[in-house]
Ligand binder design. Structure first.
Ligand SMILES: Nc1ncnc2c1ncn2[C@@H]1O[C@H](COP(=O)(O)OP(=O)(O)O)[C@@H](O)[C@H]1O
Ligand SMILES: [Mg+2]
Length: 248
């Protein structure tokens, strides 16, 4: 039997006047690097937040590695990590103190936390600035720190909501290498991004959603060749149109 990865079944999330997620069904395999794509307001963040238990669905089922996210959230929280779209770091602490705080929330201590902290700060290029207050960091540095905080406990399943937004090409590539490393370690990763190049480069499969519905699903290379376009960006525009969507 194939071990269950991430399962989304007939998921619906309604706010007062909008249906953010409208009957979404999707399966992501264990060890897969999956890209959830879509224009502003498509429902990506809502979906990710439901998958990690931050938002309650109106109806439908989501499960991670066989555990129902609603009914067994405590269990699920032990093996997932999330980097939310809004960067959540403590400005008045140093980078190092932020990592220590999050590590201790996961009951990590001593040498284990120290080694993990060191490795992550190095990979994200923050070693030199680790003792500086985060309030002085650039937006890209804060984003890289928030990735570290999402991963300090070495989760098996990782949700990254626009991890590279606002980063320069160097930082972005460091994050790409980092995400590839997660995949190489066998982790399951769901990523949202507005950079189609990023999705093409990294993802095993992508799902494009709009108005809370899945409109296409497949490996980037196959989607491109099947639809006779030159790039994922071209396909994205073809499917979702040119009308500018306001940011939430
Ligand atoms: N807390 C909320 N209250 C009301 N509407 C919301 C809320 N969160 C999201 N929405 C709406 O749901 C839709 C989907 O939003 P979101 O999931 O953030 O999209 P995306 O991440 O794809 O840009 C948007 O129309 C947004 O305005
Ligand atoms: Mg979003």
């Amino acid at each position: 039997m194939v071990e269950p990865g991430i399962l989304i079944e007939r998921l619906v999330k309604k706010y007062e006047d909008v249906t953010a997620v409208d009957g979404l069904s999707l399966r992501v395999a264990r060890g897969e690097l999956f890209g959830l794509l879509g224009p502003n307001g498509a429902g990506k963040t809502t979906t990710i937040n439901i998958l990690c238990g931050l938002v309650k669905p109106t109806s439908g089922i989501v499960s991670v590695y066989g555990f129902d996210v609603q009914a067994e959230l405590c269990k699920v929280k032990q093996f997932i990590g999330v980097c939310t779209q809004e960067t959540a770091v403590y400005d008045y602490l140093t980078g190092l103190e932020n990592v220590e705080l999050f590590g201790s929330l996961y009951a990590m201590r001593g040498d284990v936390l120290k080694a993990r902290r060191k490795a992550l700060l190095e990979k994200m290029g923050l070693t030199k600035d680790a003792e500086r207050r985060v309030g002085k960091y650039s937006g890209g540095m804060k984003r890289r720190l928030s990735l570290i905080l999402a991963l300090v406990h070495d989760p098996q399943v990782v949700f990254l909501d626009e991890p590279t937004v606002g980063m320069d090409p160097q930082s972005r590539r460091a994050v790409w290498d980092f995400i590839r490393g997660l995949k190489a370690e066998g982790k399951t990763v769901i990523l949202t991004t507005h950079y189609m190049e990023e999705a093409e480069e990294l993802c095993d499969r992508v799902g494009i959603i709009d108005h809370g519905k899945l409109i296409t699903l497949g490996a980037p290379g196959e989607l491109i060749s099947d639809s006779g376009v030159g790039s994922l960006e071209e396909l994205f525009i073809k499917l979702t149109g040119r009308r500018i969507r306001e940011e939430a």
